[in-house]
Design a protein around this ligand. Structure first.
Ligand code: NDP
Ligand code: MG
Length: 397
């Protein structure tokens, strides 16, 4: 029986994770669940999965959750705050941690799971983008098993079977890897007239053609910052220099990414666009379990298409490559500025095309330094948020 903590249980990835877990009651048990403010949804999950512990964002939310659980006769212990998140991520009673909190808020608990040597199922790419070297160092020091949930990175991992569960180093010549080919759907605005992008609404930006996801990552997909963050994520997971990671637009999202080898072979992983596939893969690794995802029927496909990304249409993609090449805390600045800009767009304070302007302003004006400690990373995160908020306020006038 594998005991699991799901951080961000009420989100898109959290719900998909529990859907897979519920299909295999003899195989997985839920040790702990977390949410931020969606208390009713978390209460319903506690009724169904009976975790020992549940964590929410505030004392008020904890009181409401405790009342709901008392009324339902559920004995889950209710806690709140970052310390409690770190505790359910590192407790001796849990084997695996699904890291599915969105944004920088997930860094501390995800790192706690890595330091505690857990099997870490990583959806929260922002945590790795912010603290790449520190995070990978923690994984190596503790012997944690890191498995990618992001569909592209899960596909890349599956396309490197010769490594038998160890993350390969692309820069290691003996791996024989020429390039990582990171596929991208291009999001909802792939072909839309660029002149009209200023007028798009959050609803339009969140309407992804292939995937159903939380609002922040949906906007990231529309700007292609999501792909930019994934380039940085691939750099850390697979030891891949920036010039060995190529973004390929593939609007159908059937091939989830590829690895190109020096002998001319290209290995790919295919499947319907449903996150339950990478989640089931990582949960059961190295075995395979049913995920609830329909089998792929290639005869029903009109065609699979590929082309290069347009960096002028998607300036965020270029900003991310630049941050990766700059190194140090540049990716942390990029990530924090992006989180603020996306929230400002969702709150109707700035337009869609101003998201990349806010990020560029922050990474161009703030000095970046060494990402040698979590404190240094968090200080840069805070400085970038303040600079981004000021920039948003200026644009919103
Ligand atoms: P959602 O917005 O759907 O869910 C986010 C989860 O995090 C919710 O449980 C939410 O709680 C919780 N949360 C939000 N803010 C905080 C906070 N400040 N402190 C603690 N918990 C918080 O996001 P997704 O599930 O879409 O994405 C989660 C992560 O997975 C992201 O990093 C994303 O990039 C990554 N990912 C997602 C994919 C997808 O298909 N959705 C694909 C690949 C990666 P509450 O519900 O109470 O607000
Ligand atoms: Mg992805």
């Amino acid at each position: 029986m594998q005991r699991i903590t799901v951080l961000g249980a009420t989100g898109s990835i959290g719900v998909s994770t529990l859907d897979v877990v519920a299909r295999h009651p003899g195989r997985y048990s839920v040790y702990a669940l977390s949410a931020h403010s969606r208390v009713e949804e978390l209460a319903a999950q506690c009724v169904q999965f009976r975790p020992a512990r549940a964590v929410v964002g505030t004392a008020a939310a904890a009181d409401r959750l405790a009342a709901l659980l008392r009324a339902a006769g559920v004995k889950t212990e209710v806690e709140w705050g970052e310390q409690a998140l770190c505790s359910i991520a590192s407790a001796a009673e849990t084997d695996s941690v699904m890291a599915a909190i969105v944004g920088a808020a997930g860094l501390a608990p995800t790192l706690a799971a890595a330091r505690a040597g857990k099997k870490v199922l990583l959806a929260n790419k922002e945590a790795l983008v912010m603290s790449g070297q520190l995070f990978m160092d923690a994984v190596h020091a503790s012997g944690a098993v890191l498995l990618p949930i992001d569909s592209e990175h899960n596909a890349i991992f599956q396309s490197m079977p010769q490594f038998g569960g160890k993350m390969p180093e692309v820069r290691d010549a003996s791996a024989g890897i020429a390039k990582i080919l990171l596929t991208a759907s291009g999001g909802p605005f792939l072909t839309r007239d660029v002149a009209t992008l200023d007028a798009v609404t959050p609803e339009q930006a969140c309407k992804h053609p292939n995937w159903s996801m939380g609002r922040k990552i949906s906007v990231d997909s529309a700007t292609m910052m999501n792909k930019g963050l994934e380039v940085i994520e691939a750099h850390w997971l697979f030891g891949a220099p920036a010039d060995r990671i190529e973004v390929v637009i593939h609007p159908q999202s059937v091939i989830h990414s590829m690895v190109s080898y020096t002998d001319g072979s290209v290995l790919a992983q295919l499947g319907n666009p449903d996150m339950r596939t990478p989640i089931a893969h990582a949960l059961a690794y190295p075995e395979r379990i049913a995920s609830g995802v329909a089998q792929l029927d290639l005869t029903q496909m009109a065609g699979l298409h590929f082309h290069q990304p347009d960096f002028e249409r998607f300036p965020c993609l270029q900003l991310a490559f630049d941050a990766l090449r700059a190194g140090g805390t540049a990716p942390a600045l990029l990530n924090a500025a992006n989180e603020v800009a996306v929230q400002a767009f969702l709150d109707l304070k700035i337009g869609f095309r101003q998201i990349d302007r806010v990020i560029a302003h922050v990474v161009d004006t703030l000095p970046h330094g060494d990402a040698h400690s979590i404190e240094a990373v968090m200080a840069q995160d805070a400085a970038a948020r303040a600079a981004a908020e000021a920039c948003v306020a200026g644009l919103a006038k």
